[in-house]
Design a protein around this ligand. Structure first.
Ligand code: PAD
Ligand code: ZN
Ligand code: ZN
Length: 384
């Protein structure tokens, strides 16, 4: 029996307030309005940004359904949707690409003006949510909300991908992989033969390592306080891995020593801390070095740093979603994955049934997982 046009009752992970465990409850998901699509989620990864919402370090409107890295199938479409139909395999886009705004029209821009990042409203474009719990509205998150069996997305925030793509793998292209890989190839534009330093070797940092490698960097130094991350970083392309805890001097001085006093050509902060953002900046060459902030800063953070660090010529920039235009990049990256141009398997350390979402977050917090992927229904039987 078709569910199109009807309210769907399904399981979702709701966060009622910061610092409280997620609870799985039955919610109601309204049908899509004009230019929206309702999507059945098949697999969704747990990214550190979701944990920032749970910890309260990034602002959100509560109650909220987090999750933004997923693969799904279109269940039904609203009026005026012409490029998607029920049954299409899709990836939600936490960074929209409307194609109309000044940023979308700028060849270098990717932060579409329709985004709901920064100070999120947690609702659809029309100011309302499609989610309710016992009749009361529940907010969405980053225009996506994927920790639910069904979600509703504006057509700017979803894109069709290869129907044959394995959902529990390509969901990473919806955030972690593209963010790190794009930071290296698009935002920093890493050149062949260059030296790179990646601060933070989680799912996003390891993807940056992969990006540096594919761009032809000759030296890639991985930095993390958790040495358990080193073997995988080396497998994915890091030439050396170091822990700041093993040195008395600041890590930027250690990196200068390792690069004949020149500093690295490119550095990436993929943790989300202000001290490591400054350390990463200070680690790159004082003149032509490029340092990219990828880690999401806490909403309330401010920092002080010596202007001499940039006066000499360093470039300091940040990027959301690796600087990639989401709707253009995601289907292409899925095709590249299907053509075996890169591998996602090493990033997936756990596949868990959706009900074990709190366990998935614990694994991330304890530094035991790279990416835990939550799967619904039959997908539970899919293994790497
Ligand atoms: P993760 O928690 O899996 O990885 C972070 C890594 O940093 C871990 O391996 C930690 O051990 C390590 N670490 C923590 N503190 C330090 C320290 N002081 N020095 C060195 N290493 C340390 O997270 P992730 O890979 O999922 O995400 C990384 C960041 O990127 C996080 O802040 C997340 O919110 C952000 C992000 N940004 C975007 C974007 O579009 N800019 C997208 C996705 C994620
Ligand atoms: Zn993410
Ligand atoms: Zn736009």
């Amino acid at each position: 029996m078709s569910t199109a046009g009807k309210v769907i009752k399904c399981k979702a992970a709701v966060v009622w307030e910061p610092k409280k465990p997620i609870s799985i409850v039955e919610i109601e998901v309204a049908p899509p309005k004009a230019h929206e699509v309702r999507v059945k989620i098949l697999a969704t990864g747990i990214c550190r940004t979701d944990d920032h919402i749970l910890s309260g370090s990034i602002k959100a409107n509560f109650p909220v359904i987090p999750g933004h890295e997923a693969t799904g199938i279109v269940e039904s479409v609203g009026e005026g949707v012409t490029n998607l139909k029920p049954g299409d395999k899709v990836i939600p886009l936490f960074l929209p690409q409307c194609g109309e705004c000044t940023v979308c029209k700028n060849p270098e821009g990717n932060l579409c003006e329709k985004n709901d990042l920064g100070v999120p409203r947690g609702v659809m474009y029309d100011g309302t949510s499609r989610f309710t719990y016992k009749g009361k509205p529940v907010h969405n998150f980053f225009s996506t909300s994927t920790f639910t069996e069904y979600t509703v997305l504006h057509e700017d925030c979803v894109v069709k991908v290869d129907a044959a793509a394995p959902p529990e793998k390509v969901c990473l292209i919806g955030c972690g992989f593209s963010t790190g890989y794009g930071a290296a190839i698009k935002s920093a534009k890493v050149q062949p033969g260059s030296t790179c330093a990646v601060f933070g070797l989680g799912g996003v940092g390891l993807s940056a390592v992969m990006g540096c490698k594919s761009a032809g960097a000759s030296e890639i130094i991985g930095i993390d306080i958790n040495k358990d991350k080193f073997p995988l970083a080396k497998q994915l392309g890091a030439t050396q891995c170091i822990s700041p805890l093993d040195f008395k001097k600041p890590i930027n001085e250690v990196l200068f020593d390792m690069t004949n006093g020149r500093g690295v050509d490119y550095s990436f902060e993929v943790i989300g801390r202000t001290d490591t953002m400054i350390a990463a900046l200070a680690s790159c060459n004082m003149n032509y070095g490029i340092s990219v902030v990828v880690g999401a800063p806490p909403s309330a953070a401010e920092m002080t740093f010596s202007p001499a660090l940039i006066f000499t010529g360093r470039t300091w920039k940040g990027c959301v979603f690796g600087g990639l235009k989401s709707k253009d990049a995601v289907p292409q990256l899925v095709s590249d994955f299907m053509a075996k141009k890169f591998c996602l398997d090493p990033l997936i350390t756990h596949i868990l049934p959706f009900d074990k979402i709190n366990e998935g977050f614990e694994l991330l917090r304890k530094g035991k997982s790279i990416r835990a992927i939550l799967v619904f229904g039959d997908e539970q039987h899919t293994r790497k």
